[in-house]
Design a protein around this ligand. Sequence first.
Ligand code: PMT
Length: 391
Amino acid sequence: MNVVLGVSGSIAAYRAADLARDLMRQGFTVRVCLTDAAQKFVTAALFETLTGQPCLTDTFEEPQVGRMAHIDWARQADLIVVAPATANTINKLAAGIGDDMLTTIVLAATCPLVVAPAMNPQMYANEVTQESLRLLATRATAIVEPQEGDVACGEHGQGKLATNEQIVATVNAVAVRKKVLAGKHVVITSGPTQEPIDEVRYLTNRSSGKMGSALARAALLLGARVTVVSGPVQVSYPLQAKVVRVRDAVQMLEATVEAAQGADIVIGAAAVADYRPADPVVGKVRRSSEPITLTLVPNPDIIAHVARKYPAAKVIGFAAEPTSELTVAREKLVRKGVFAIAANDVSQPGIGFESENNELVLVTHDQEPISSGKRSKLQCALWLLQKIVVS
Ligand code: PMT
């Protein structure tokens, strides 16, 4: 399969060298096209040596006389990935501008496009850039959102190129994408809930929303319409997903019940607080020298409620357990009346809460449990959705 890797002028261009190799390891033939600005950071010689393929840089380059290279490459490409994609290149792609070799190739191509932005956080947050990304997403471009972190200009925020693993997983998903969820509506609960003690304090947990975000991205890649009901998180959700923000479990229940009406699949990746303070204090609990007692009352079980209310939907719960033992996951499967439980052993380092990776064990009513193996949350999410679809 032929992949054109377009590299535009971000400091993250150096990472495209590893990305080209990672894509080749997946069996893709990779040809690279560099914008002028990219050549300030990396060279055509680097990519020609790495890939063993010619690298295009100039709009009027014609390696084979009489054959227009941008048309040739566009025709031969099974997939184009632009990584890193600068604000300038993204805005040009969205507007249909073809003023360099890369943008003319994309304009002439009919294959799927994957765009991995990398830039200063303000440039990423800029309304024009966001509008361009939304526009590209509506044209079925897969956007691999940048990460939050320290960026080269010294600022902190969302703008760091996604990990190569995330980009490769997206390319793989797009390349083999059978739109098994086309026409389906997938609802995902994600992140923690915050249960107020008073107006400034609350009970919560370590969920970052990364698993929920990966599920949303995976469902979109498989062709679904996606709604995420999310507790308070920093993580970003894919632009194509509808996101309903809530704070506590009762709000999450209401929003999920509303979103799940007519949904085909509902996945509970949220870490919902099992209890909430019985009487949140108006104002602030004052300090005294006496111990105080906090009375907690049980929260509604959201996915159990949704499974009862919408029996036609496939409802999948998660089970965050501090063990690889599946007894509690099996008990949750029955007690909550759900189609399946994806158990993750949160006592293992490097998976579960907050981490980039996870390892899921799918527990169903009638099949032996199966494990995804340890992999990125996006790969786990793709694995889980594909298993659910065929079950
Ligand atoms: O967000 P990340 O940092 O990426 O971490 C991901 C994760 C560890 C949070 C995720 O993989 C996960 O395991 N989510 C479920 C966490 C959890 O609360 O598990 P639980 O065993 O307490 O709940 C079982 C299931 O019931 C879950 O689907 C949960 O969403 C649901 N539930 C729980 C309580 C409640 N009141 N309502 C619910 O719907």
